[in-house]
Design a protein around this ligand. Structure first.
Ligand code: BJW
Length: 261
């Protein structure tokens, strides 16, 4: 295994250039350099005394719906005020270079699509959408009465963000598509995730069993590190562009790729 991000091994560059079916799994770390705090970072300001694991569950919402709604409202505002970073842009570039490409993200911030990635599977939902807590249907509009959280206009239940909380199942078609792409891939990049939350954390191991080259990009070690074919220690906004440049040459500027951040 190689831990030197700026001294990229020839075998890694060859695996990138020869890849025919690539899968990338991303987590909160890829958005860190856009200014979105990672999930297990110390929470800031108002939220410093709350553990994410105690906010991102249906029970937490039942216990204190106002607190959970306001946490998501704060995060939604944060996500709306930031832009994709060079790590997101490098993944757009890889999508243009590899014949079959699937980006599987655990992130709910929508930054991959804003960067211009096309084939994106969102495993844990998207913070920009809202659904009914009781009926589990998407809700686009509701009356702002001042009540927090607001109520579903159909059934009067609370509204909640359309994200996947602990103990909830992932969208079945999304996870099936991610698993299928992973089982068929020859290159798997695991970027900016602590690799502890299942079932997403199982995907790199599926890729290893399929014989794929598995590359981890993360400043810290994770439970995957010892198993990865290559572990590149560093922030993804630096490592991913360096990887693309070393494998394929300079990255065209965003307008050439039609990105819209
Ligand atoms: C950088 C960086 C930079 C920093 N550049 N990198 C099997 C075994 C054990 C447990 C389970 C299992 N199967 C299921 C479970 C239970 C549970 C689970 O996994 N628990 C574990 C914690 C043990 N899983 C579930 O409940 C899942 N559901 C499920 O399996 O359904 C079936 C079922 C139902 C009922 C009972 C049993 C089974 C659902 C999981 C949903 C996760 N939801 C969340 C919240 C989403 C909404 C929201 O955003 O609020 O998803 S939790 C949170 O964790 C969020 C993330 O997507 C997810 C992963 O976190 P991520 O992205 O890895 O972030 P961090 O912060 O952990 O890590 C950031 C990383 O970035 C770090 O490594 C840094 O070093 C790195 N980094 N700067 C690159 N610049």
């Amino acid at each position: 295994m190689d831990h030197r991000p700026l001294n990229l091994p020839d075998a890694l560059l060859a695996a990138l250039r020869q890849a025919r079916r690539a899968v990338v799994l991303t987590g909160a770390g890829i958005s860190a350099e856009s200014g979105v705090p990672t999930f297990r970072d110390a929470q800031t300001g108002l939220w410093a005394s709350f553990k994410p694991e105690e906010l991102a569950t249906p029970d937490a919402f039942r216990r204190n719906p106002k607190l959970v709604w306001e946490w998501y409202a704060w995060r939604r505002q944060r996500v709306g005020s930031v832009a994709p970073n060079p790590g997101h842009a490098a993944l757009v570039e890889i999508e243009h270079r590899v014949p079959e490409f699937t980006l599987v993200t655990q992130n709910v911030d929508g930054l991959h699509k804003r960067a211009g990635s096309r084939r994106v599977i969102e495993l844990h939902g998207n913070i920009s959408r809202t659904k009914c807590f009781k009926e589990d249907v998407l809700v686009g509009q509701w009356n702002e009465t001042g009540e927090v959280p607001p109520r579903c206009p159909r059934c009067g239940s609370w509204l909640r963000p359309d994200v996947v909380w602990f103990g909830e199942t992932l969208p079945p078609e999304a996870f099936a598509a991610a698993e299928q792409a992973t089982a068929d891939c020859d290159l798997f990049l695991c970027v900016g995730t602590s690799a502890v939350v299942y079932p997403a954390a199982g995907l790199p191991f599926t890729a290893l069993r399929a014989g794929a080259t598995v590359v981890e990009v993360n400043p810290e070690a994770t439970p995957l590190t010892a198993h990865a074919t290559h572990a590149l220690r560093g922030p993804s906004a630096q490592v991913l562009p360096a990887l693309v440049r070393a494998a394929w040459g300079p990255i065209p500027s965003s307008p050439a790729r039609g990105t819209h951040s």
